[in-house]
Ligand binder design. Structure first.
Ligand code: GLN
Length: 196
């Protein structure tokens, strides 16, 4: 498969290495035509205000929205999660608005600017997955029927709705490929297809 990784700013290189390690091709997405041949898209972590501005400047915001409406599978991590959200509590930036959630930027506060935990996400794996939180957001509202996959201290940090997945943490900053493998499976076997 060919996986697009938004490469305007942020931690796109690490996602690229992981997808390649799993045997798939990567296209760094910087302009609308880069979306033409991809089977899935990753929005990396970084700085959501900068990424939002650049998405508008290079004319990618509307084309990505359109692709998602046409069921392009998408994974947003950290700042990428913020870009997926319909509402951002403490910031007014243009987002893709494709996931009916509210996020709070920098929600874990200054003291915990950065931390790493290993937790089991039962729907994804039986073994703990390393999760790196860097000035991370959390989700304060997730509309029904969005699937809440994980919480930290009661706060929602991982959600999935059909082919759209959003994580408050960075899954690409370790050697564990569970999250990327799950995303690739969602592309290969669309989970919104009814089973007969
Ligand atoms: N705090 C950043 C923002 O609001 C997100 C941090 C990250 O992606 N690691 O955009």
């Amino acid at each position: 498969m060919i996986i697009g990784i938004l490469a305007l700013q942020g931690a796109f290189y690490e996602h690229k290495c992981m997808i390649k390690q799993l045997g798939h091709q990567v296209i760094e997405v910087r302009k609308p035509s880069d979306l033409d041949t991809i089977h899935g898209l990753i929005l990396p972590g970084g700085e959501s205000t900068t990424m939002s501005k650049l998405l508008v400047d290079v004319g990618l915001l509307a084309p990505i929205q359109k692709k998602i409406q046409q069921h392009l599978p998408i994974l947003g991590t950290c700042a990428g999660l913020i870009l997926l959200a319909k509402e951002v509590e403490n910031c007014t930036i243009p987002t893709l608005g494709v996931l009916d959630i509210t996020v709070r930027r920098n929600a874990f506060g200054r003291q915990l600017d950065s931390f790493m935990v290993r937790d089991i996400i039962p729907k994804l794996s039986k073994k703990p997955i390393p999760m790196t939180f860097i000035r991370a957001p959390f989700i304060t509202r997730a509309a029904h029927p969005i699937d809440v996959l994980h919480r930290i201290d009661g706060h929602i940090v991982a959600v999935q709705h059909q082919y759209i997945m959003g994580l408050a943490f960075h899954p690409e900053l370790s050697n564990d490929t569970t999250i990327h493998e799950h995303f690739l499976r969602c592309i290969a076997i669309p989970i919104h297809t009814p089973v007969h």
